[in-house]
Design a protein around this ligand. Structure first.
Ligand code: 0A1
Ligand code: ZN
Length: 890
């Protein structure tokens, strides 16, 4: 290749510019600094000569000056860790380019030019799994958010949309399958051009797209093929590509895909827009999956399932993620993001859409409970910690740190509130207008809000604060009853807590679905949606001779915390009578939360402790006996609130006390309702395996029964768990039983772990479960076990699934991670330090659990902070990890 002389780059060699970057303060990208691109790239041709350790890329860009942009003379093309082998402008090799940091800058005098750039990559050495990388002998890409610049030089920003024409050539034996976005337009073999034993394929994507949606895959893959006829009668070919041997486990993903395609037509009027829809599953992947246009790339864990290897939870996750990526074709691809601050435009909306879809496919109330559990368990802590940010952030250093529960899950809740205020029909008019107005554009959150406002006929002026302000609003509730007039006055107050960089907050409109129950009849006179849109608001109701029971934030209509405790008797009433299934569940949870918080802070002792337990026991018994409840829902009711959520309710987090109080309650329930739990385990064990809701419900309850029996009667729990494990014909039962055995001690534990490992040796996804079960276990030795597992021959730092299976499970294990010695903290900090140079975006995700030191009791707080400070002193820390560490220490 002709290496262009490059006189303008001191000291004469562009590669040196990258080799040793001078230490400098990290650049902070600000939302307000957005400028339209100076240059557009209407088309790009990419020519890949694929090889695992040396792929050559020739990129041809037709660039045009943007009439709306600044009229400078330089074209800046982003790069990251790559060098140009050659650069030509309008067919001439040129000297008028230079490297500026990692970017390639070309001086151009005209308005339209053709730029050709050649780069060489080493995919096998790409351990970051961003850009083009190798996984098990295949090649694949991950370009969101800024991976395309690791492949070639390009204006790597989502508001530059191009038509892609891609030619892939490579060894026919190693890469029999060659895939890229769009349509395959030609294929053949040209050994003279590409070398002996090669073949090639050409793919054209007719839809202009940003670079983050580019993808290619090359490898030895087999396809599960099917088809779908769209609402206008077009036949779309569907294929799910996996490694040979895995094809039998793709059926559920394929069914989920077809159901999602149909649902998006029925519910949002969205039709698929290419003749092919391809999915590829890869086992080395930093995230869950990626919505590349017409070529979604998935983590194997969200594709592969059969009853022997996947739990019911895995089946649901596959259905949800397959749908999520498919839905992005409209919410993300056809309408994309102007800049990365708008990430929630596509993610919040797409999460809402996948939640709605899963609700429609299964039990809507159970799905709502699960979604709220994730929100409270992950997003609420984020919103009250050092990494809190609005769903539309104002600044970042590294965008991959903003793929958060806030942007995704709170983003979905914010749009869900629009559906509550408008109703689904009017909301649909809003989304129709949004897609119509912005199809083919790179849009903003503001564009979305405006379209909903116009289409649904809502006034969202004040509502926009939900995009601006971080922090979970707290709502206080006061009810005043006048027995003579029968009037009830409900006084609601909101406060939005201060968050980093946002000390003062303004009130936001909070839609609260509310009902007032008559104590005698157990009924209410109709639900109303109250909008709390000021610091304080009062609502008045008439016709109540007796003070009613308040059911508020039904269906979790707003992502807020109700801060006022409810009298236990009212909670018991709601747990029995509320006709909103979420509210009923919530009353049970609240009953337990209020009790456990009291136990931990010392306000509930002696007789009050006995009374509290007795009330919870009664409520549990009623739930276990209630014939009107289905088992899936019953299964939700008997899951105690998690320790992270409990910690959120306390001013000072005392993990050991929270853990002890929760475990003691479990044991008390196991002892006092032992007969019921045994009967439950027997009843559920008799239900044969199927994917019906009834059978799934019984599997959920079966293991829950063991969870309560374990602390109450360990010997019996071991007997039952062993029988469940040995007799299991599905992974849900097997994993549930192994989890219970893992938390106890004895030869049965070791035997079951060994049997499980033997049975599934070589099945990476199941071996991940084997690691997670041990690291996440209630077993008092979980810390020791985790340490030992890091040296297990199956452990592998290069595979993100494996890393997460061990260490995320560990960091989420309150007892082990918060071991008073601080060893848990050290283990995670050591992991971050070792993993960071290999895979910085995965490493950075482990900073979060260490970041919650401020509200921790003093001993652990100091230990956590010391680990963060140790990390901050590592000079070579990546931008990803450094940003998270420094925000956590601020
Ligand atoms: N857009 C994807 C998520 C995603 C983000 C970054 C990735 O690179 C590491 C990969 C995937 C989604 O929401 O599904
Ligand atoms: Zn997404």
């Amino acid at each position: 290749t002709d290496l262009a002389p490059n006189p303008s780059t001191p000291p004469g060699n562009p590669e040196l510019a990258d080799a040793a970057p001078p230490p400098q303060a990290p650049a902070i990208i600000q939302r307000k600094d957005y400028r339209v691109p100076e240059w557009l790239v209407p088309t790009i041709d990419l020519d890949f000569a694929l090889k695992l350790d040396a792929t050559r890329v020739k990129s041809t860009l037709r660039v045009e000056r943007n009439p709306h942009g600044e009229q400078g003379t330089t074209l800046r093309l982003n790069g990251d860790g790559i060098t140009a082998d050659s650069v030509t402008v309008d067919g001439q090799s040129t000297n008028s380019w230079r490297m500026d940091g990692s970017d390639l800058v070309i001086e151009l005098d005209g308005d339209k030019h053709e730029i050709v750039i050649e780069t060489t990559l080493d995919p096998a050495a790409n351990s970051q799994l961003s850009g083009l990388y190798a996984s098990n002998g295949m090649l694949c890409t991950q370009c969101e958010a800024e991976g395309f610049r690791r492949i070639t030089f390009f204006p790597d920003r989502p508001d530059v949309l191009s038509r892609y024409a891609v030619r892939l050539a490579g060894d026919k034996a190693k890469f029999p399958v060659l895939l890229a976005n769009g349509n395959e337009v030609a294929r053949g073999a040209d050994p003279e051009r590409d070398g002996p034993g090669t073949h090639w394929a050409e793919w054209h994507d007719p839809w202009p797209k940003p670079s983050y949606l580019f993808a290619l895959v090359a490898g030895e893959l087999v396809a599960n093929r099917s088809s779908f006829v769209t609402l206008s009668g077009r036949k779309v070919r569907l294929a799910i590509y996996v490694r040979p041997g895995d094809e039998a486990r793709t059926g559920h993903a394929m069914e989920s895909l077809k159901a999602a395609m149909k649902w998006d037509e029925d519910v949002y009027g969205r039709e698929y827009d290419l003749d092919d829809f391809n999915i590829v599953a890869v086992s080395d992947f930093n995230a869950g999956a990626m919505e590349n246009k017409g070529l979604n790339i998935f983590n194997t864990r969200y594709i592969l399932a059969d009853p022997d290897t996947a739990t019911d939870g895995d089946y649901d996750a596959i259905e949800g993620v397959v749908a999520h990526e498919y839905f992005h074709n409209w919410s993300g691809n056809r309408v994309t993001c102007r800049d990365w601050f708008q990430l929630s435009l596509k993610e919040g909306f797409t999460v809402l859409r996948d939640q709605q879809f899963s609700a429609a496919m299964g039990s809507a109330p159970v799905k709502r409970i699960e979604d709220v559990r994730v929100l409270r368990g992950v997003q609420f802590p984020e919103d009250s910690g050092p990494l809190a940010h609005p769903i539309r952030p104002d600044s970042y250093q590294e965008i991959s740190n903003f793929y958060t529960a806030t942007v995704y899950n709170k983003g979905a809740e914010v749009i869900r509130m629009m559906t509550v205020m408008a109703g689904l029909d009017r909301f649909r008019r809003g989304t129709d207008l949004y897609f119509e107005r912005h199809d083919g554009e790179a849009a903003t959150c503001e564009d979305f809000v405006k379209a909903i406002e116009d289409g649904a006929g809502l006034d969202l002026k004040q509502f926009r604060r939900w995009y601006e302000q971080a922090g979970t609003p707290r709502v206080e509730v006061e009810m005043r009853h006048d027995a003579t007039s029968g009037e009830v006055r409900l006084i609601l107050r909101q406060t939005v807590p201060a968050t980093p960089g946002q000390p003062d907050k303004a009130p936001m409109p909070i839609p609260l679905r509310t009902a007032l129950f008559d104590r005698m009849s157990g009924r209410h006179g109709g639900e109303q949606t109250l909008i709390l849109d000021d610091a304080t608001r009062e609502f008045s109701f008439t016709g109540f001779a007796e003070p009613p029971v308040l059911s508020i934030n039904r269906g979790f209509s707003a992502p807020v915390a109700i801060a006022t405790p409810t009298p236990a008797e009212d909670l018991l009433f709601l747990a029995r009578h509320d006709d909103d299934p979420f509210a009923r569940y919530e009353a049970m949870q609240q009953l337990v939360v209020q009790h456990l918080v009291g136990v931990v802070n010392g306000s509930v002792t002696g007789a009050a402790l006995d009374q509290g337990r007795a009330a919870i026991g009664e409520a549990f018994e009623a739930i276990l006996d209630d014939r009107a409840l289905d088992d899936l829902m019953r299964g939700e009711f008997v899951i105690l609130p998690g320790e992270t959520y409990l910690a959120e309710q306390l001013l000072v987090n005392e993990p050991a006390a929270i853990h002890a109080a929760r475990e003691e309650l479990k044991a008390w329930l196991g002892i006092n309702l032992g007969a019921q739990f045994r009967a439950l385990h027997d009843r559920c064990s008799a239900v044969p395996y199927s994917l019906s809701p009834e059978a799934r419900g019984s599997r959920k309850l079966k293991t829950q029964a063991l969870v309560y029996l374990a602390p109450a009667d360990p010997a019996e729990a071991i007997r039952r768990a062993k029988a469940q494990f040995d007799g299991a014909d599905n992974m849900t039962d097997r994993q549930g039983a192994l989890m219970v055995l893992c938390g106890l001690s004895g030869p049965e534990r070791e035997e079951a772990l060994a049997a499980f490992h033997d049975r599934y040796a070589g099945n990476a996804l199941v071996i991940d479960k084997w690691f997670s079960l041990q690291a996440g276990s209630l077993n008092p030795k979980a810390l020791e076990h985790t340490k030992a597992l890091a040296d297990h021959p199956d452990f592998n730092l290069a595979n993100p699934n494996r890393v997460r299976s061990l260490y995320m499970a560990f960091a989420a294990n309150p007892q082990a991670f918060h071991d008073a010695s601080g060893e848990g903290y050290r283990m995670i900090a050591d992991l971050i330090e070792t993993l960071d140079p290999l895979n910085s975006s995965t490493a950075a995700r482990f900073v979060t659990p260490l970041g919650r030191w401020k509200r921790m009791e003093p001993g652990r707080s100091a230990l956590m902070k010391a680990e963060l400070e140790r990390l901050a002193a590592v000079p070579t820390l990546s931008r990803d990890t450094r940003e998270q560490v420094s925000r956590s220490l601020d």
